[in-house]
Design a protein around this ligand. Structure first.
Ligand code: MTE
Ligand code: MO
Length: 253
């Protein structure tokens, strides 16, 4: 994705493509400069189109035999909060995932609600920028289904993930654009290797966004929020590590 800047989401891409509409071409095409402009625009359109198509490709999936024997816990490995601790002990009977923000029908879903939705099972490799990887099998509903059920409004450009944990005194959060939000391998996972997600790996719910690096895979998920922009969230860079250490917002692999 080097051709497109990190914050250029699907909507701006589409707006750019729409702006190349034929109507504007009649006058400027009569001059050489106009012709150059059109050729440049066409080349840009081709590049943009190819990039968008490549972002919809699937991440590699592996077999059961490829699973890592242990899946390291990294960053927060628990949540320092009484309600969370009581819920872990009881198997998360009262845990709720909210779907809110720029949606017509906000949702509040229990673990049972999430398990009752159509499930995707995917064995994928998690790559952390700190230099380790692990292969695991994740199960959960696709984010696209929840966004459709909540009826995301046209003004939404990004999906924000709210987490229960704090790290270095800050609440962890992340965000992605609509291309990744609707990617078939973007799921809200509740199981790892066929078991409820262990506490260290983000119990009871964590994101799997398989075309991006480890720090985008928000653990201890409490809410999914559709937003027009993330300028006013945290320090405005779209995620915890983006704010704290200047990591790239778009962490595509
Ligand atoms: N809520 C939350 N999500 C998080 C983190 C975290 O500290 N808190 N760490 C991130 C990083 S850097 C990585 S590599 C993975 C680690 O996932 P794991 O603990 O299952 O290995 O979670 C990501 N998501
Ligand atoms: Mo990471």
């Amino acid at each position: 994705m080097s051709e497109i800047g990190p914050k250029l989401g699907r909507r701006s891409l589409l707006a750019g493509i729409a702006a190349l509409g034929a109507g504007a071409c009649t006058k400027i095409s009569e001059s050489d400069a106009g012709q150059d402009l059109i050729e440049t625009a066409e080349a840009w359109h081709r590049t943009a189109h190819r990039s968008l198509a490549s972002r919809q490709a699937l991440a590699p999936e592996y077999s059961v035999a490829d699973r890592s024997p242990t899946f390291k816990g990294n960053g927060s490995v628990s949540v320092d909060d009484g309600f969370y601790q009581q819920q872990v002990a009881a198997g998360f009977p009262d845990w709720k995932l909210e779907v809110r923000g720029l949606v017509e029908k906000p949702l509040s879903l229990s673990m049972a609600d999430l398990r009752a939705l159509p499930q995707r099972v995917q064995t994928t490799r998690h790559d952390c920028v700190e230099g380790w990887s692990a292969i695991g099998e994740w199960t959960g509903p696709q984010l696209s289904g929840l966004l459709d059920a909540a009826k995301v409004k046209k003004e939404a450009n990004f999906i924000l993930f709210r987490c229960a944990d704090t790290l270095y005194g800050r609440v962890y959060y992340e965000s992605i654009d609509m291309v990744d939000a609707y990617h078939p391998q973007t799921i809200i996972a509740h199981a790892l290797n066929g078991e409820p997600i262990p506490q260290k790996n983000g119990a009871p719910l964590r994101m799997r966004i398989e075309r991006q690096l480890g720090y985008k895979q928000a653990k201890y998920l409490t809410a999914i929020e559709a937003v027009a922009s993330f300028d006013q969230v945290g320090d405005g860079n779209g995620g915890f590590w983006e704010d704290v250490a200047g990591y790239q917002w778009y962490a595509g692999i």
